[in-house]
Design a protein around this ligand. Structure first.
Ligand code: UTP
Length: 298
């Protein structure tokens, strides 16, 4: 048995080039998904899995993120004066999620692996979670809690895997896996970053949730820049998967629930439509309009 995960790291220092020019002055994690920035969904997920100590790795335009989770007194007073309690609640919720949000600069965006390595001093010698704002997991799912439980049980590195269409696997890291006694958990024996369909070891793709052990920091320290000249987290995970003696190997939790991809423009648009349709305040208005609109398409 190992110590239970208490801390989350949210890397949000990427350049977000796929969303330019929107991300010239705004981190992509601040782009609204319906009416909340992606990063708020991720913090909500972290807190509801019991991880209220949240370290954000931030880059350019850092103030947008920290301002979002701070109090804005004049806005609160204005809404109070107007008696607009609904909007006031929404504002207050974003700043009361947790008191323990910490920020650290990445400096140069040298890759996700490099961003995670920046968390070393804050995390110290404990297992921890990493959540990416590119993937939003529906609030009704308990993926992160399941991953934390598996980490505790297996004392290993845990990644989240999702079955994708073989035609899509070239967009992801694909896992080579072996079965375990649990149909929802596999042992990861290798990883291939963005493979061609015919080279993919499986159609299980890595998605943006990880529960890592502190040993990953030593591996990241010696990981050479890979694809795009960046230090890739996947390269470090590959090393951990290839040698169980480093940190107990890598296991994958197969996620079959609701996930919204916000990493590229098309998926981002789909995510907004899906999430808005599910909302009590917006769904009833959007649904009939969308049906009409789709009916008119040729
Ligand atoms: P992506 O690979 O999606 O890169 O990063 P990106 O730069 O943000 O986006 P594009 O491809 O240019 O549009 C995956 C996650 O890792 C973080 C990003 O913020 C995102 O959450 N990241 C990436 C960092 O924090 N630092 C980096 O140096 C790179």
């Amino acid at each position: 048995m190992t110590a239970r995960v208490r801390k989350a790291v949210i890397p949000a220092a990427g350049l977000g080039t796929r969303f330019l020019p929107a991300t010239k002055a705004l981190p992509k994690e601040m782009l609204p998904v319906v009416d909340k920035p992606a990063i708020q969904y991720v913090v909500e997920e972290s807190v509801s899995a019991g991880l209220s100590d949240v370290l954000m790795i931030i880059g350019r335009n850092k103030n947008a993120i920290s301002n979002h989770f701070d109090r804005v007194t004049e806005l609160e007073l204005n809404l109070q004066k107007k008696g607009d309690t609904q909007k006031l609640e929404r504002v207050v919720k974003s700043q009361e999620l947790t008191e323990d949000i910490y920020y650290l600069r990445q400096g140069d965006p040298k890759g996700l692996g490099h961003a995670v390595l920046r968390a070393r001093a804050h995390i110290n010698n404990e297992p921890f979670a990493v959540l990416l704002g590119d993937d939003l997991i529906d609030a009704r799912e308990s993926l992160l809690t399941t991953m934390i439980d598996e980490q505790e049980k297996r004392d290993a590195t845990i990644v989240a895997l999702m079955e994708v269409d073989p035609d899509q696997i070239h967009l992801y890291g694909a896992a080579q896996v072996e079965e375990t006694d649990d149909p929802d958990v596999v042992k990861v024996t290798g990883l291939v970053e963005k493979p061609a369909k015919e080279d993919a070891p499986s159609n299980l793709a890595i998605i943006g949730r990880y529960v890592l052990k502190p040993e990953v920091f030593d591996v990241l320290e010696r990981t050479e820049p890979g694809k795009g000249g960046e230090i890739q987290l996947t390269d470090a995970l590959e090393e951990l998967a290839a040698d169980d003696s480093i940190a107990g190997g890598v296991y994958g939790v197969i996620f079959r629930g609701r996930r919204y991809d916000t990493g590229d423009r098309l998926d981002y648009i789909k995510a907004i439509v899906q999430l808005a349709l599910d909302r009590e305040d917006l769904g009833p208005g959007l649904r009939p309009w969308l049906k009409d609109f789709v009916g008119d398409l040729d």
